[in-house]
Design a binder for this molecule. Structure first.
Ligand code: DX5
Ligand code: ZN
Length: 219
């Protein structure tokens, strides 16, 4: 499976957001991770449809939208309109996950399902063949800059084994506390899409992205 980097713009400098997105793209990051927070499902509030709409056309990156919002089915159409390619919802935030997945697909987007650190990976079994990307949170959602939770590696391994057993090749994306120093452990566990916020946007963006791309390409 192709290994991709998905810089999380939550850690970007919003005074120069377009310029920073372009730098991540020019240095090889194929996805752009867009962290939507509602202040209910997670304590923070970040940004939403108007910002996603405003960055359309800045790069040709895959818009990887991570909804950390309650009852996300309410926003499927709006994020489709704003330019989402992947729309990822939290299992814990959906009354009816099947209905959410059906609506995401009905609007022509790829569906992602995310689980928080405390949610067992086995809870994904009923929807294993209906999702294009699983997002394993390796930090408690809500903030950038947190430390990677090591127990996440077992969840990634278990999920990859569950998918392999059924001959499914969905993306496994991992999100939170990933740096050049620990990204290989995440890849070894079976992930193929790497989210990085602080590790990309703090310091030299070009060098940070290149550092990840070297590791991903050599893997
Ligand atoms: C946290 C977000 C993550 C976060 C990653 O709730 O889902 O995408 O921005 O940031 P870092 O890479 O700094 O942990
Ligand atoms: Zn995220």
């Amino acid at each position: 499976m192709k290994r991709m980097l998905a810089p999380s713009i939550l850690s970007a400098d919003f005074k120069v957001l377009g310029e920073q997105i372009r730098t991540t793209s020019e240095n090889g990051a194929e996805y752009l991770h867009f962290d939507v927070m509602d202040g209910m499902f997670v304590p923070s509030i970040s940004f939403g449809m108007p910002v996603l709409k405003s960055i359309q056309g800045v790069s040709s990156q895959v818009m990887d939208v991570h909804l950390m919002v309650m009852d996300p089915i309410r926003y499927v159409e709006a994020f489709h309109e704003a330019g989402a390619d992947f729309l990822t919802v939290h299992l814990e935030a959906c009354e009816d996950i099947q209905a959410a997945l059906d609506k995401i697909h009905a609007y022509g987007m790829k569906a992602g399902v995310s689980i928080k650190p405390a949610t067992p990976v086995e809870s994904l079994l009923p929807i294993l063949d209906q999702v294009e990307m699983f997002l394993i949170m390796s930090v408690e959602p809500g903030f950038g800059g947190q430390a990677f939770i090591p127990e996440s590696l077992d969840k990634i391994k278990t999920l990859r084994a569950m998918l392999d057993e059924k001959g499914l090749n969905a993306n496994i994306e991992v999100d939170g506390g990933i740096y050049h120093s620990n990204v290989k452990d995440v890849l070894d566990a079976g992930a193929n899409v790497i989210v990085a916020g602080s590790a990309v946007f703090k310091g030299s963006i070009g060098e940070n992205v290149n550092g990840f791309m070297e590791i991903l390409r050599a893997y």
